[in-house]
Design a protein around this ligand. Structure first.
Ligand code: DP6
Length: 332
């Protein structure tokens, strides 16, 4: 075990091209389908320091300087418990986490947050780096966090085991495979989502008739998109990304009670993307939406400034963020 029981890690969110929506085990965040994502990078980063300290009587969590309790702290404790079990460690920890991007901008920080936490806790406990295990532990905090551990283009395998150790994410292509690809994040609304993804996805599993075919389609779509990324077939990749986002939001609308995460401006941006591609004469930009109204426009670096200008004319934009494929978690 290392002398100092403290470590710091930096992680970024990821954008799913094939989504995680539904759990076969909600305590361990074990998914019903495989998913595929691109890990993002600067300027979207979370930096987290974990200190195991014999003086502490309980785990504590500070986010951007503010103490967090309730569900946020409970999830963090579950991640710490998994690390303590691996390291045979009985100490409580203090966690201090901050985001480089302003909070409340509608950018989900749970993926980068739990990826940074799992990595920092793993290193602070003196364990030898094991990407698969750290990914599986990040997953316990938030499912999508499993994918932020690895860099570039990533698949999270749903796995079969009840203990979840075979449900982790790994990279199939590094960021250098497609460095000019971009996620242009269009922040349309910075309010907190009304129905969190955890509750929303459980309702979809239970009530949507479109859910079983959506799950069935998932693994085939992961293989297809993986192939399109490896062959760098941009138009077909973007069409498939949009088809997946449309399928997810159809499942959400088919859920009882219906889940409407996209708002009128999200729909305007989606329609604009189709029109823009028609004008150019080929598919050069694709949209994808998660459990919120903000648009992720997947495109190449040369299109970003023009797209920003056109989208700004169309709808009121709170903020833009632009990210290339990122490197995955970094332990400092
Ligand atoms: C729509 O990872 O936030 O963004 O495991 O309950 O924390 P929990 O869910 P979370 O769900 C993300 C859902 C999504 C799709 C995706 O990123 O794959």
């Amino acid at each position: 075990m290392s002398k100092s029981l403290q470590a710091t890690a930096i992680s970024s969110p990821n954008i799913a091209f094939v989504k995680y929506w539904g759990k076969r085990d909600s305590a361990l965040n074990l998914p019903t389908r495989n998913s595929l994502s691109m890990t993002l990078g600067a300027p979207l980063e979370t930096k987290t320091t974990v200190t195991f300290d014999p003086k502490l009587g309980a785990d504590t969590l500070l986010m951007n300087g503010k103490a967090v309790e309730g569900d946020g702290l409970a999830r963090a404790c579950r991640v710490l418990d998994a690390v303590r079990k691996e390291a045979k460690l009985a100490l409580h920890a203090s966690i201090s986490s901050s985001n480089s991007f302003p909070t409340g901008t509608g950018i989900a920080s749970s993926a980068s947050g739990f990826a940074a936490l799992a990595s920092a806790a793993w290193a602070a406990a003196g364990l030898k780096w094991d990407e698969k295990k750290v990914s599986a532990i990040a997953r316990i905090g938030s499912g999508s966090a499993s994918r932020s551990i690895a860099g570039g283009f990533v698949i999270w395998e749903k796995g079969k085991k009840p203990d979840g150790w075979d449900s982790f994410a790994s990279s199939f292509a590094p960021p250098s495979h497609w460095p000019e690809l971009r996620d242009l994040v269009v922040v349309l609304d910075d309010a907190h989502k009304k129905v969190g993804s955890n509750a929303g996805m459980q309702d979809s599993v239970k009530t949507s008739k479109l859910y079983p075919p959506y799950v069935k389609e998932g693994d085939r779509r992961v293989e297809k998109i993986k192939g399109l990324i490896l062959s760098k077939n941009l138009p077909s990749l973007l069409e498939e990304i949009m088809a997946e986002s449309d399928a997810l939001h159809a499942v959400m609308a088919d859920t009882t009670p219906p889940l409407y995460y996209m708002n009128e401006n999200s729909k305007k941006v989606a329609a604009f993307v189709r029109q823009y591609n028609a004008r150019v004469g080929k598919t050069v930009v694709g949209y994808t939406f998660d459990a919120g109204p903000n648009a992720h426009l997947i495109t190449t670096a040369d299109r970003v400034e023009e797209l920003k200008k056109e989208v700004s004319k169309l709808v009121p934009v709170k903020a833009f963020f632009v990210s290339a494929p990122g490197p995955g978690v970094k332990v400092l």
